[in-house]
Design a binder for this molecule. Structure first.
Ligand code: NAD
Length: 495
């Protein structure tokens, strides 16, 4: 049975028709229960579309389809053929980049330009990068006392992928591309707040020519579809990006089911350290990008800014001027530099953190209020005089809220930056190369950028330490999370 479609309207009347069903075995089908979920436009709070909501039965069907594909033709397909398919998918996404950017603007509130130039571009790049690996999944050979041994990196089989709403296609591609490149098959559950890009992606998967069952994309709620995927006995690996509490639940689900391999990309509380000798203009530019891009709804958001005393006053003034210049509005429009937060719940959470900051004794530098627009808008906000035991310094706010903290010495900056349960991404701004290396070596963080923020590339790994999770997206190292390692030992017999 096929399912229905919905039409989105973008800029200048651009129409995007999307199926609303679950993509299983290269067909769009309604959920077995008939249940649906509604997705809202965060820039006006109105209903955008109603799509199928997968539950346990649908997950079971999708896993069976994936398993059949894995045991069928996909399992024997050479890496070069997988490469061709991934490259084709990259080309199609690039061709339809405006559609994806429109969908992410409407469904996730991401600025059209940011979506197209950063998120969609990164997705295309990741697909091309991992396509290149598809025929290079090599092992290692060595001598052993009675002969020789070699290792094989083998696919795992059916992999579950659960992604968040904040950078939908980009994060999906960071997982889907290596998963398929090494020969696995995938059941992807998209976030309930942003299901629509997944339906567009599914159309292109079919157009690219992937065999049925290799890529299954299901819309649905976390507690039902996500939980069923995490607990499934035939899912051998679960790659998760999302919040810490749900990540812990994924580990428990693995422990209680089949001990599936788990990788977790969780939250962050990024520290940026700006030294007196930094290029001020460059540091301000990246600090602003680091906390205002997508309203700070990024795991790598630079929400704690440590600024050395000699540059502090100048930095704070330049940061304030740039922050308050943001133009809030419709994320589809080119002049908008500030879109909405994803939901009213998220807006209220951020407003609550701002109240907490004030009651805990931090001082507001600017912002702090809702913006009087339809939708979920909050002013860019910054605190000064914040300390590490305040909730605004400890917890991931996932909003456009920065704390600007003055420090004296390198040792103090390192100690305070490391005073966090998280360790995902940090930044250092300095013109002293020795200091840059000393400090980056000392930071408890999966990634450190020097004189920039973010700077994510397909060929370098991205992921966290401490409670930011484990495992890596991107880079050669991420392939470890998508393969099993086998040792083969050959005894050389005497003549
Ligand atoms: P979330 O944890 O609420 O949801 C993430 C996904 O998990 C969604 O698809 C959701 O449906 C699913 N889910 C919810 N309950 C589930 C359950 N019981 N079982 C299985 N799946 C379930 O996170 P979110 O609000 O969508 O995203 C924001 C979080 O993601 C932030 O903490 C952010 O830092 C993190 N994040 C991390 C990275 C990274 O690379 N480290 C990147 C982006 C976002």
């Amino acid at each position: 049975m096929s399912s229905s479609t919905t039409t989105l309207i973008g800029i200048a009347g651009r129409q995007i028709e999307l199926p609303t069903g679950l993509f299983i075995n290269n067909e769009f089908v309604p959920s077995t229960s008939g249940n649906t979920l509604e997705t809202l436009n965060p820039s006006n709070g109105k209903l955008l579309a109603t799509v199928s909501a997968a539950e346990e039965d649908d997950i079971n069907i999708a896993v069976r389809a994936a398993e059949a594909a894995y045991k069928g033709s996909w399992g024997s397909l050479p890496g070069t053929a997988r490469r061709t398919l991934l490259l084709k998918l990259a080309d199609l996404i690039e061709r339809d980049a405006d559609d994806f950017a429109t969908i992410e603007a409407l469904d996730a509130g991401i600025l059209f330009g940011d979506s197209k130039n950063i998120n969609i571009a990164s997705a295309v790049e990741a697909l091309r990068y991992f396509a290149g690996w598809a025929d290079k999944i090599d092992g290692r050979s060595t001598q052993i006392p009675n002969g020789m041994a070699y290792t094989r990196r083998e696919p795992i089989g059916v992999c579950g992928v659960i992604v968040p709403w904040n950078a939908p296609l980009m994060i999906t591609s960071w997982k889907l591309a290596p998963c398929l490149a090494v020969g696995n098959v995938i059941v992807l559950k998209t976030a309930e707040l942003t299901p629509l890009y997944g339906l567009k992606l599914a159309q292109l998967v079919k157009e690219a020519g992937f065999p049925p069952g290799v890529i299954n994309i299901l819309t649905g709620y976390g507690a039902k579809a996500g939980q069923a995927l995490a607990e499934h006995m035939d899912v051998r690996k679960l790659a998760f990006t999302g919040s810490g509490p749900v990540g812990r639940g994924i580990l428990i689900a693995s422990a209680k089911s089949n001990l599936k391999k788990v990788t977790l990309e969780l939250g962050g509380k990024g520290a940026s350290i700006i030294f007196d000798d930094a290029d001020l203009q460059n540091a301000v530019l990246w600090a602003i990008i680091g906390i205002t891009t997508h309203n700070g709804q990024l795991c790598a958001a630079g929400s704690r800014l440590y600024i050395q005393e000699g540059i502090y006053d100048r930095f704070v003034e330049a940061f304030r001027k740039s922050s308050i210049a943001a133009v809030a509005g419709d994320p589809l429009h080119g002049q908008t530099t500030k879109g909405p937060l994803i939901s009213s719940t998220q807006k209220n959470t951020v407003l609550k953190y701002i109240q907490n900051g004030l009651s805990e004794g931090a001082k507001l530098l600017h912002g702090g209020k809702e913006i009087a627009l339809e939708g979920h808008y909050i002013e860019n906000t910054a605190f000064v005089e914040a300390v590490e035991n305040m909730s605004i310094m400890k917890e991931e706010i996932f909003g456009p809220v920065a704390s600007l903290v003055k420090f004296k010495t390198e040792e103090e900056a390192i100690r305070r930056a490391n005073d966090s349960v998280y360790g995902l991404s940090s930044a250092i701004f300095t013109s002293d190369i020795s200091r840059a290396q000393r400090v980056s070596n000392s930071l408890e963080s999966g990634q450190v950028t020097i004189n920039s923020w973010g700077n994510i590339n397909s060929n370098t790994p991205f992921g966290g330490v401490k409670q930011s999770g484990f495992g890596r997206d991107l880079g050669e190292e991420s392939l470890d999370g998508w393969t099993n390692l086998k040792s083969v030992k050959i005894s050389v017999l005497a003549e």
